[in-house]
Design a protein around this ligand. Structure first.
Ligand code: ACO
Length: 320
């Protein structure tokens, strides 16, 4: 069951107005095409710096001590280093001495993928308490001269603690998929082939490039496919679901979910106007804001839908 959540947003606000000074865009275009008004930017902060407070908050919320955690899974597409992993850095900083730790790369689907993996460890008996931490400093890979992407993304972190429980509470069903053949539609290059012995022509880390229309077409199919898949696995219909929480990529996608399933917009949580697209951190930030805002109540069910880089997608159904 879900026993704790936490989140952290860096202080610096990057508003649409500020972006109009940097690229050829308008507040009206950004709001009408995405629903975003502002996003947060981590200035002189690493992904670890923003992940740690979210992780600490989730742990405190769960009432667990660091030593109670036996697995830490971290997700990020903007790591400080390939090794040590973000999860190992967190394990050390938290003093989670009984935990093993690894990173999982699934871009914007990171939280639902990691939650599904956490659930498998809990259900197999291999772990009793798992900490999932998703954190992104997407501003690091943003080209602030490319208006087609820089208006969409922001920085932030979210975390959740899952614990073994023999009650109905927890992840009731999950549905995960990948469509790697479409992966180049959302590309953050790491290394490219080069004369590796002499390091000639060596490049490392490029800006994020996105074919927005291709990703949008993928999303329009992937989101309903994930929702239908998880509903089928749980053997329930949408009338039995209290909340739908899609990855915050675009307000139009949230409206599409509302129309297709007849779910009122009040039941589809969104913070995209203030946070933008924070990739893997997007859903756990929503989850934390919902719990702290008293929106997610014990006994309620919520579907969380991730989609993005890979291309990957998936949904989990959680009973609170
Ligand atoms: N300001 C002004 N004009 C812009 C901007 C901008 N910021 N960005 C693009 N435009 C222009 C384009 O250049 C284009 O001009 P042209 O017709 O002269 O070539 C025009 O606006 C329309 O461009 P489109 O790409 O067709 O705009 P669209 O309505 O599709 O909206 C958007 C673009 C918002 C990126 C949309 O395609 C989208 O949401 N895609 C999906 C993104 C997504 O879901 N990502 C999430 C998964 S990935 C992840 O989270 C990491």
């Amino acid at each position: 069951m879900l026993t704790g959540t936490g989140s952290f947003l860096p202080e610096t606000r990057l508003t649409n107005q500020m972006l109009t000074q940097m690229v050829d865009t308008t507040d009206e275009w950004i709001v009408s095409h995405t629903g975003i008004h502002e996003r947060r930017i981590a200035v002189n902060q690493s992904v670890f710096d923003i992940a740690l407070p979210a992780a600490k908050q989730a742990l405190a919320d769960s009432g667990r001590l660091p030593g109670d955690i036996d697995l830490i899974i971290a997700c990020t597409v903007t790591p400080d280093s390939f090794t040590p992993s973000l999860s190992c850095r967190l394990q050390a900083a938290l003093g989670a001495d009984n935990a093993f730790a690894f990173d999982l790369t699934a871009a914007c689907s990171g939280f639902v993928y990691a939650s599904d993996v956490a659930d498998s460890f809990l259900k197999s008996g291999k772990a009793k308490a798992v900490l999932v931490v998703c954190a992104e400093v997407l501003s690091q890979i943003m080209d602030y001269t490319d208006r087609t992407v820089c208006c969409l993304f922001g920085d932030g972190a979210g975390a959740a603690v899952y614990e073994w429980s023999d009650t109905q509470q927890g992840i009731r069903a999950s549905f995960m998929r990948a469509e790697g053949d479409k992966g180049d539609a959302l590309l953050a290059q790491a290394f490219t082939p080069c004369d590796t012995l002499h390091k000639q022509g060596r490049q490392q880390m490029d800006f994020l490039k996105m074919d927005g229309r291709a990703v949008f077409r993928f999303t329009a199919k992937a989101v309903p496919s994930a929702i239908d898949g998880v509903l089928k696995k749980a053997d329930i219909d949408m009338s039995q679901v209290d909340w739908v929480v899609p990855h915050q990529a675009n307000a139009r996608i949230l409206e599409m979910v509302s129309r297709r399933y007849g779910v009122p917009m009040e039941k589809i949580f969104s913070n995209i106007d203030k946070v933008g697209n924070t990739s893997s951190a997007s859903i756990p930030i929503c989850l934390d804001q919902m719990r702290r805002g008293g929106l997610l109540l014990p006994g309620q069910t919520a579907i969380f839908v991730g989609f993005g880089g890979g291309l990957t997608y998936g949904a989990i159904l959680i009973q609170m």
